[in-house]
Write a protein that binds this ligand. Structure first.
Ligand SMILES: NC(=O)c1ccc[n+]([C@@H]2O[C@H](COP(=O)([O-])OP(=O)(O)OC[C@H]3O[C@@H](n4cnc5c(N)ncnc54)[C@H](OP(=O)(O)O)[C@@H]3O)[C@@H](O)[C@H]2O)c1
Length: 300
């Protein structure tokens, strides 16, 4: 099996690299089919996915069976400030990969987000629920989903949420840093979601990619919480004496007027996984506890 992983220096890309090179994820061993896989890990500098000619050329030279697209513009406020630039990566870049993969008969795993939902309804969203993004990031990611589905029938759209890995920037590391230097931190408590380990997500992606059951999948750790709940778990997990002061989204927006709107209820339920290959994703608390245990050894 010949595999291309794009955006490989990001959080998810690094966990794919880790589990493909060791054969093990934190959930368990990865499928043995990957033991002999030949994997190219590329990021922006080796392959800019917005450059169609470069994408075509890489495929012609290599003949991939599977593409895992981890490349994206992920800075939610940055996307709000420059939606056109975000669209180029999140929609057109995804389309480039989907088209070339389709021409080659290759499968594509395209990673997307809970922010495709408006978040105005309590509870967990399933794959068939109506999308209606309220941010530039969400709009460009939804456009990417649609372009991928239109271009390549052998596509898996994997929506995840609140992702944290050992390598790269994320909420956990930001909170940890603030917790080490501040006595108090204010965090939004009226946005609900699923903190998700990039290592667990990488594992489910590899399992899914072996099937022919294409379509949209929600893949998050199980259980829901608010950002403030998650921040408290981070302070507790790292033994930091920092008080988490809850604020509303409205209060946060008033203090940060340039920030993008985020959905209030964007928690996902892994229904397609449950009904298909099975949902092995751990609870967010279990996954996060393991992350804390491994942090000093694995985090950059
Ligand atoms: N992070 C989250 O909380 C979250 C939540 C829901 C869904 N997701 C989705 O999950 C996926 C993986 O997220 P992540 O957190 O691993 O992202 P990440 O850490 O930001 O990594 C994305 C990678 O893509 C690269 N990239 C950007 N533009 C590119 C281009 N034109 N061509 C090639 N590579 C490019 C980035 O390079 P530079 O760093 O040099 O720009 C970076 O290495 C994304 O699809 C994201 O939308 C993430």
């Amino acid at each position: 099996m010949k595999i291309l992983v794009t955006g490989s220096r990001g959080q998810l890309g690094n966990e794919l690299k880790r589990i493909l090179s060791t054969g093990h994820a934190e959930i368990g061993p990865i499928p043995t089919e990957y033991a002999t896989a030949d994997v190219d890990f590329v990021d922006y500098h080796e392959l800019d996915i917005t450059d169609k000619a470069a994408v075509d050329e890489r495929f012609q030279d290599n003949g991939y069976d599977l593409v895992i697209n981890c490349a994206a513009a992920t800075n939610v406020d940055g996307c709000e400030a420059d939606e056109e630039a975000a669209f180029k990566v999140n929609a057109l870049g995804a389309q480039n990969l989907a088209q070339v993969a389709a021409d080659a008969g290759a499968k594509l795993v395209h990673v997307s987000t809970d922010y495709v939902f408006p978040g105005n309804e309590a509870g967990e969203r399933v794959e068939t629920d109506a999308t209606a993004p309220i941010s530039a990031y969400g709009r460009t990611k939804l456009a990417g989903e649609e372009a991928v589905c239109a271009a390549n029938p052998k596509s898996f759209i994997v929506r995840t949420a609140w992702l944290y890995g050992y390598v790269g920037k994320n909420f956990v590391k930001t909170m940890k840093r603030l917790g080490e230097t501040h006595q108090q931190v204010t965090v939004v408590d009226d946005q609900i979601g699923n903190p998700t380990s990039a290592n667990d997500l990488a594992y489910e992606i590899l399992k899914l990619a072996l099937t022919d059951d294409y379509g949209i999948y929600h893949v998050t750790n199980n259980g829901i919480c608010s950002w403030a709940d998650f921040a408290k778990a981070i302070m507790d997990g790292f033994g930091l004496d920092c008080e988490v002061v809850p604020v509303t989204s409205a209060q946060y927006k008033q203090a940060n007027p340039q920030s993008a709107d985020r959905p209030k209820f964007s928690a996902l339920r892994n229904k397609h996984l449950e009904e298909g290959i099975g949902d092995e994703m751990r609870t967010w608390q279990d996954a996060f506890a393991e992350y804390v245990r491994n942090f000093d050894t694995l985090a950059d």
